[in-house]
Design a protein. Structure first.
Length: 204
């Protein structure tokens, strides 16, 4: 969870969250969804999995965060609610789905013209393999073994192509680097070798 405050700040600084309609695609246990609600956004969190959504709803009972959770896919919601959201977030999800380009197109469809979309994923190179799989899953045990499949990691150029194909405009990219000794993350525009985050816009 160390990484979450950095992400929320990055989103809020570039696209102020207060009073905005936001959909969090692949919301998992709702950590980001709740954090965006706390910044004043009206948030819907969607996920395909019932297990993470049950975790999100359980946490919601404790926190009182008024986030609407829904078990659905980005593609299904985009068909039902096109152009409905000021901000779309899709973090740490693309590397887990069989067709990332389909999810990106759905995020574009969900977004209002002139709205903002945020993606984060993991680069595909030897350093990313060492840090995200060997380091995080085996040495530091930050994640369960088998969480990631290296072949599904996404190079920034690949993500950029899918973004352009979906009619979106790149705004900014930053890396998120981890210091295992301090156990802290920081934003680093110069290092997108492992974790990275992209801000794109849907043309008005």
């Amino acid at each position: 969870h160390d990484i979450n405050p950095l992400r929320v700040n990055y989103i809020d600084e570039r696209s102020p969250l207060a009073e905005r309609r936001v959909v969090d695609v692949g919301c998992g246990g709702g950590i980001l969804s709740e954090a965006m609600f706390q910044r004043g956004a009206r948030v819907k969190g969607i996920d395909m999995g019932e297990t993470p959504l049950s975790v999100a709803r359980l946490h919601q009972l404790e926190s009182g965060a008024k986030v609407e959770y829904l078990q659905t896919t980005a593609e299904e919601l985009a068909a039902d609610e096109p152009g409905s959201y000021d901000i779309v977030t899709c973090l740490e999800m693309l590397e887990h789905v069989p067709d990332p380009s389909s999810v990106i197109r759905a995020c574009a469809a969900l977004c209002k013209p002139g709205g903002d979309i945020y993606f984060s994923t993991i680069n595909r190179n030897p350093k990313a393999f060492m840090f995200a799989i060997v380091g995080a899953e085996y040495l530091l045990k930050m994640l369960p073994k088998g969480t990631h499949d290296f072949s599904r990691f996404i190079r920034p150029a690949e993500l950029g192509n899918w973004i352009r194909d979906a009619g979106l405009q790149m705004q900014h990219m930053t890396g998120l680097t981890y210091n295992p000794l301090l156990r802290t993350y920081r934003l680093n525009e110069k290092d997108v070798d492992v974790n990275y985050m992209i801000h794109v816009k849907k043309p008005a």
